[in-house]
Design a protein around this ligand. Sequence first.
Ligand code: GDP
Length: 425
Amino acid sequence: MPVTIVIGSQWGDEGKGKIVDLLGDQADIVARYQGGANAGHTICWGDQTFVLHLVPSGIFHEGVTCVIGNGVVIDPAAVLEEIRMIRELGYEVEGRLLISHNAHLIMPYHKQVEAARERARDAGAIGTTGRGIGPAYVDKFARTGIRVVDLLDRETLRKKLKRSIEEKNVILRNIYGEAGLDVEAIIEEYVAFDQLIDPYVTDTTQYLCRALREGKRVLAEGAQGALLDVDFGTYPFVTSSHPTAGGCCTGLGVPPTAVERSIGIVKAYCTRVGNGPFPTELLDEDGERLRRLGHEFGATTGRPRRCGWLDLVALRYTTMVNGFTDYAITKLDVLTGFETIKVCTRYRYDGKETTRFPSEVQTLEKVEPIYETLPGWSEDLTGVRRFEDLPAAARDYLRFITERTGVAVRMISTGPRRDQTIVRP
Ligand code: GDP
């Protein structure tokens, strides 16, 4: 595998962390290509649980180099804290973690602007995590952002920060009626990051492209999910970056021709955090049950996730956009005990049936899911290690997904631990 991309096929929280962790064994490099520290990837091994926000989960594999690509926005305090925690667990980080010099930084004013905007929006809130990720991307594209490389040159940093903070203070005071920020305090704080972060900073695009030429295998890890992509997701209820396959190329600087495999991580049902349309959402006992059995609460925020049945209209759409070569189905164990399982295969809109996924929210909010009902199973799946040992109904469920999408299921996750996985040839 020159480049394999792991992409959430739904609204995030599909269990990408576990799959990346598992595939990390076969990779030389694991790279994050977009998003910020709002993505909580949970990794469990033995009785240990660890939530990674920014550092790729490959850091727990000896011999794997981890890259935070140019497409990611970085909160230096958060990344340094994560490095400290990983070290405390006994893993070497220096020399194994490379941070793109071109990645943009999240500044305190980004968090403040985001919080002020969400408060002002009130009922129409996007439901952001308040970590300043959106505003950091806004500055990136407005060409007023501050990049990692700027930290290494104090004079430039001072100049850029001063200009940026003064501008943000005008916005905070005059538009949102909030207190402004202390320019000097922020400059001092960020100047101090310079030495701490320096050992990790490099031209990661050069590094990755050389590694690919040498035949190394790169596992590219997306955060969130395809339906939260700023272009292809349910805009405006989306993230500010590109979790989809294209984001891998722009967020790392690897050519599309290097991508060999695009794995769609599909949770056996659907969840969504925050606001935005969700056609198969269950507001009944079944939804409550999925949430309880699947522990569907945000890894970073603790927010309860909205839950619903698997939506194949949406999955076919993200399969098209990402060119998924195969699926990893996660959390199949959570469906144990449902007498029947529903799968949405079409929508009804304006009295007509459709298989098109409308990414415009006005339409998506009005579609009615049309379900096919499959028999459930009662057996506990958490100990199953071979496809043949799954209950017939569970196998049929997986076959149904392949039949209706044309994509093979190569991995099946039946529990949070590494060993609770079925890999098919
Ligand atoms: P990610 O951001 O896509 O990695 O997803 P999260 O880490 O937010 O959510 C996945 C959660 O589900 C984590 O708590 C995992 O430990 C857990 N998990 C992953 N795969 C499975 C599985 O197959 N079964 C169960 N029961 N839990 C799983």
